[in-house]
Design a binder for this molecule. Structure first.
Ligand code: NAI
Ligand code: MG
Length: 363
């Protein structure tokens, strides 16, 4: 409920992660004050600095340290000149996603005011869909290997893994989500014409789960033509569900269609709430602009809004708080101040303060 303290583990990470996180917290504090929410923040200095000091990205007991929190707000990690990227990413964010069984990766794509789209003749409101990506299995498995390396007989195999549990739960999540949206429409990505075992299975489960949701209209497209449709008719989509690989592709295509990567948010969800879910901007640590105080904080702030929505379940004051943050983001994107990536001259904190002040005045 509104009056239960929600404990948030805050992991700013590296580079601009440490610059956008204070703005995310500033806006959350404004929302907490305005809507009477009880948020308790605890910060963890994990990331590449921690790795260089202690030899690992997170302490050995990281799971106990944050496993009891209600949510994790994450910035970004990566210091590619000092720590190899596969270590920085795998030993932090990917470990958290897997160990906390965050099997849904959710990315909203919405064309916002003041953000030019590379797609011609699209206005705010024309593009507003959600990509639901399976986040734990599918094509991204570690089953396989290499034999006869360096010889004529050399070969490699990597198996895809689609379990009934894994497929059904992500499809069900996507149908539930679609059922609660006004559009009540779900699109599934497939490739059953080329991938002849796992993708027909995905389609078969889709058909079965769809039967549980007669109120949701649905269709499916092969991933290749779906990419084309998203560029040509982005207005036709509402909720899109995809396997790990196809969802990865779609979720980079969507911020590309809706403007700058600096504003794109994401949620990594464990819908059953056995473990905390994690909310993070889509962008990385941006070493090319880090330290200058000019990063766009909207991706972090929008991710914080997704967190409010998740924490509040269906309690309306939390939804109101999340909506107020979204409206504040829209107002500031439209009227400024704007950071340089959006053609403005504002600093990270100017944009964060402006959004927080809209939230404080929300009605
Ligand atoms: P990136 O997203 O950090 O940067 C890509 C480009 O977008 C850069 O030119 C950057 O300046 C710009 N950009 C990104 N966010 C911005 C913002 N908020 N405001 C203004 N401009 C912004 O991706 P890149 O350069 O490929 O990776 C940098 C590091 O971040 C690497 O170490 C990478 O592994 C890591 N990374 C971490 C992620 C995570 O923590 N989940 C996700 C993606 C990358
Ligand atoms: Mg990607």
């Amino acid at each position: 409920g509104a009056h239960m303290t929600q404990r948030i583990a805050v992991i700013p990470g590296d580079g601009i992660g440490t610059e956008v996180m204070p703005e995310g917290l500033r806006v959350l504090e404004a929302a907490a004050t305005r809507f009477g929410l009880d948020l308790d923040f605890e910060s963890f200095d994990w990331g590449c600095g921690h790795y260089l000091r202690e030899g690992r990205m997170m302490p050995a007991d990281w799971k106990e340290r944050i496993g009891g929190h209600d949510a994790i707000l994450f910035g970004a990690v990566g210091a590619p000149d000092r720590v190899p990227d596969h270590i920085a990413i795998w030993d932090s964010i990917i470990t958290i996603r897997r160990e906390f069984d965050q099997y849904v990766n959710l990315r909203p794509a919405r064309l916002m005011p003041g953000v030019p789209s590379p797609l011609a003749n699209r206005r705010p409101g024309d593009i507003d869909f959600l990509v639901v990506r399976e986040n734990t299995e599918g094509e991204y498995s570690s089953l396989g290997g290499r034999m006869f390396p360096g010889t004529e007989r050399e070969f490699v195999i990597q198996e895809s893994v689609f379990t009934r549990t894994g497929v059904d739960r992500v499809l069900r999540f996507a149908f539930e989500l679609a059922a609660r949206r006004p559009g009540r429409h779900l699109t599934a990505a497939t490739k059953s014409n080329g991938i002849s075992i796992t993708m027909p299975y995905w389609d078969e489960r889709l058909q079965a789960i769809a039967g549980e949701y007669p109120e949701v209209a649905w269709d499916k497209f092969h991933i290749d033509i779906l990419c084309a449709h998203l560029v040509q008719h982005p207005d036709r989509f509402d909720v899109i569900v995809a396997s790990n690989l196809f969802g990865d592709i779609l979720s980079d295509l969507d911020p590309a269609c809706t403007g700058t990567i600096g504003i794109a948010p994401s949620a990594n969800l464990n819908p059953e709430r056995r473990y905390p879910s994690l909310f993070e901007p889509v962008h990385g640590s941006a070493p090319d602009i880090a330290g200058r105080g000019i990063a766009n904080p909207v991706g972090q702030i929008w991710s914080a809004a997704l967190m409010l929505q998740h924490l509040g379940r269906d309690v309306s004051v939390w939804q109101d708080a999340a909506d107020a943050v979204l409206r504040a983001i829209e107002a500031v994107l439209a009227e400024g101040p704007r950071t340089p990536d959006m053609g403005g001259t504002a600093r990270t904190a100017d944009m964060g303060r402006a959004i927080a002040s809209h939230v404080a005045q929300a009605r």
